[in-house]
Design a protein around this ligand. Structure first.
Ligand code: ADP
Ligand code: MG
Length: 710
């Protein structure tokens, strides 16, 4: 006799699943009954609104029924990229369904052209794309249209994400069974963890009700429902945001309770630094510094600063950071400036030495490649307090590094620097102040989630007199002209970057591409010296090539996307980006920031590959229109959505199942407000109705998250 199913019942024990199908589910991260219920539909097919092919218009999200009349694959232009093409027709016309990657092995084997005169029926759901004057689908949801146990009044049919070996129909059936079982046994469900007062205030249904409805849309579902905008969807989306915001709110709350180091507003040295510069600060730099000054000196009792400075490449963040460093030193504290690579550490070290030593501030460099004697000496000077500003890589957070009185930690280009490293550094000081600098402009909505526990200053103004980088989009037909242009600039003494995209399918191909192209370019520019930089090289090899390029040993650097963030080669004034359509806009913007760092007029040439869709072309064209990183970021986020925009892995953002930061920004704001409200009402989460919140923090983030709030 099977035990009663609970939310945590392993998937294989659910009736009708078993070990084999259970393994399939686990491949998709579905481990339990609860996971299954959280395997949300990614769209709904509206049976009332099935479309005919001749009625389609560009950019509509539609569903239709059709027959397969062709399945084939071919290479895209001269490239190695394969396109799969499934052609379907209905009574009114035909349309191509194109795939640029294979969803899973055997995917296309499911589709055949007519056999014995019987055509295969399919359902197509997806966005209509205009490509070279034709309408087509790119990566639609394509499913066999098997006879189904739908009743006539089922109008919205949930479409689940593509899963190998599990049909949409089987999923609907299984999820329906699980829902029915829980419906009959309320006690075996997981209780709703969101406090009643929040549900009331936000007019949200219970979680179980929401789960039931999104998997089995009501007969009278409105069009909003199909667009994931019903109250039920809102509830589930709210939950995803709420748990994230609870964590951020708890961190922010914890930080505000920590005792910080009190600094006095002594700015004699800072003023001296500013006076020594050959230029005036921009308004934005002044504002950012006054935010910092207020954080460091304006709180009673003092609390640690956790501030993020966001500013485009070249906006002068380093200088603001050095001003903060000088303020801390004048107050008798040491400063650690951390960067992701050795070459950046050396660059900052040189700048800091030049600007700070005249003020009598001692600067030290700490990297992994120092000889052990040098290193031991540096460590001793740090321990005695003789080194006041330590600049380095990860080497700065190693165990044997001790500061005498670390007061301020500055982290540059923090995208490559995790929360954990921040925590490690913190262990070295009492509760040092944190200043984090990033050149990846992030739209405000996203900053709110990603950096939810930080205060943000924005440097949205470039120093005057910088001539903007001129950006042009080019096609294969412009190649000869482009190469001539590069030659002419190099003849004037300049240097150039050529960047190639990573090819997803295989690192090997990727490497081969860069090497092949490097050889081709070397043959073309036979008089010049070219350097090559790719992801397969070891970090020290990469740094060596970067250094040699900086020192002028090469006129051209051929690279995959590994060109180091923030590296300054002022003499390089051209960047050619091949297959620009394969990059996100923010990434293009970052790459573009490699040039325009010196006195020379700079150029960014974006080369498009063969067979690029109108959409991709229009997207890349945005780069010609603006050099403002925030504008680029907003557009990029709009176009690609948050997951890809940030790359979930490096952003530390949880993978949302249903929520979409762009589409659901209002729900995000509501969730954030509620999470912060919780701490205002009950700062230690002691009330009985908040017990589930406490438990969830503990489960997801460990005991320290609770200890921090009290
Ligand atoms: P970021 O780190 O924001 O990319 P940097 O701090 O490296 O930018 O500054 C880029 C260049 O601009 C540096 O050479 C710096 O000396 C210079 N710079 C900084 N602030 C100003 C300013 N207010 N006016 C003119 N040049 C500036
Ligand atoms: Mg910088």
């Amino acid at each position: 006799m099977a035990a009663v199913m609970r939310f945590d019942t392993p998937i294989q024990f659910i009736k009708g699943v078993g070990p084999k199908l259970g393994d399939r589910f686990r491949d998709y991260g579905i481990q339990t009954a609860q996971d299954l219920l959280e395997w949300y539909p990614r769209a709904y097919e509206d049976r009332r609104a099935a479309r005919s092919i001749d009625s389609l218009q560009a950019n509509e999200l539609v569903s239709l029924r059709a027959e397969v009349i062709g399945v084939s694959s071919y290479n895209l232009g001269k490239s190695r990229r394969k396109v799969w093409d499934v052609i379907v027709k209905d009574q009114t016309g035909r349309i191509h369904c194109k795939f640029f990657r294979v969803p899973y092995k055997g995917y296309f084997e499911r589709f055949q052209t007519a056999k014995n005169g019987v055509a295969q029926k399919v359902r197509v759901i997806g966005k209509v794309t205009l490509y070279r004057g034709n309408l087509e689908f790119h990566h639609p949801d394509l499913q066999e249209d098997v006879p189904d146990a739908l009743s006539d009044d089922d109008v919205l049919i949930p479409i689940y994400p593509e899963t190998e070996g599990i049909t949409n129909r089987a999923l609907r059936k299984l999820i329906g069974y699980v829902l029915d079982t829980f419906e009959r046994n309320p006690d075996s469900r997981k209780p709703d963890r969101i406090p009643r007062w929040i549900l009331d205030e936000q007019k949200l249904p219970t979680r179980f009700e929401a789960l039931k409805q999104v998997h089995r849309p009501p007969k009278d579902a409105t069009p909003e429902f199909a667009e994931m905008k019903s109250a039920y969807h809102r509830r589930l989306i709210f939950d995803e945001f709420f748990w994230l915001e609870m964590y951020l709110a708890s961190r922010k709350h914890a930080v505000s309770r920590e005792p910080g180091l009190a600094l006095l507003p002594k700015t004699t040295q800072v003023d001296a630094l500013v006076k020594s510069l050959p230029f005036a600060l921009t308004g934005a730099q002044k504002r950012a510094f006054s935010d910092i000054l207020a954080d460091l000196t304006g709180h009673k009792p003092p609390k640690p600063m956790h501030r993020l400075i966001q500013g485009d490449v070249g906006s002068g963040k380093t200088l603001v950071a050095l001003m903060a460093a000088v303020l801390a030193v004048e107050n008798g504290y040491q400063v650690a400036l951390m960067v992701p690579t050795e070459i950046l550490a050396e660059q900052h070290y040189r700048t800091a030495k030049r600007l700070l030593e005249p003020l009598g501030v001692n600067v030290g460099l700490f990297t992994g490649s120092l000889k052990s004697a040098e290193r031991a000496q540096g460590e001793a000077l740090l321990r005695s307090g003789a080194i006041q500003v330590a600049i380095g890589t990860h080497a700065l957070i190693e165990d044997n590094i001790d500061f005498k009185n670390l007061g301020l930690v500055i982290i540059d280009e923090q995208h490559r620097f995790g929360v954990h490293q921040r925590a490690r550094l913190k262990e070295k000081g009492v509760a040092p102040h944190f200043l984090i600098m990033t050149a990846t402009p992030i739209p405000r909505t996203l900053a709110m989630t990603v950096y939810g526990d930080l205060d943000v200053s924005i440097i949205d103004e470039l120093p005057v007199g910088r001539s903007p980088i001129q950006t042009r989009v080019g096609f294969e037909s412009h190649r000869a002209k482009m190469l001539d242009f590069v030659s002419a600039q190099i003849a004037k003494g300049r240097q150039a970057y050529f960047v190639y995209p990573l090819v997803e399918e295989s690192e090997k191909i990727d490497l081969k591409n860069a090497v092949e192209e490097y050889e081709k370019l070397q043959a073309h520019f036979s008089e010049l010296k070219l350097g090559l930089l790719h992801g397969r090289m070891k970090p020290d090899e990469k740094e060596k090539v970067m250094r040699e390029f900086r020192d002028g040993m090469y006129q051209i650097l051929v690279a995959t996307t590994v060109i180091e963030v923030g590296v300054d080669v002022p003499n390089a004034n051209i960047i050619v980006i091949e297959h620009a359509e394969r990059f996100g806009l923010s990434q293009l913007h970052q790459l573009r920031g490699r040039v325009g760092r010196g006195e020379h007029k700079s150029f960014c040439l974006l080369m498009l590959g063969y067979a690029v869709s109108e959409e991709a072309r229009a997207r890349v064209k945005i780069m010609e229109e603006t050099t403002d990183g925030f504008v680029v970021a907003e557009r990029d986020l709009e176009i690609r959505g948050p997951g890809e925009f940030l790359g979930t892995r490096q952003s530390g953002l949880p993978g949302f199942k249903l929520a979409n930061i762009v589409r659901d920004v209002q729900i995000l704001q509501a969730a954030r407000e509620m999470a912060f409200q919780v701490f205002i009402r009950d700062s230690k989460l002691m009330k009985i109705e908040h017990k589930p919140l406490r438990e969830e923090l503990l489960r997801a983030h460990g005991p320290t998250s609770l200890a921090a709030i009290g």
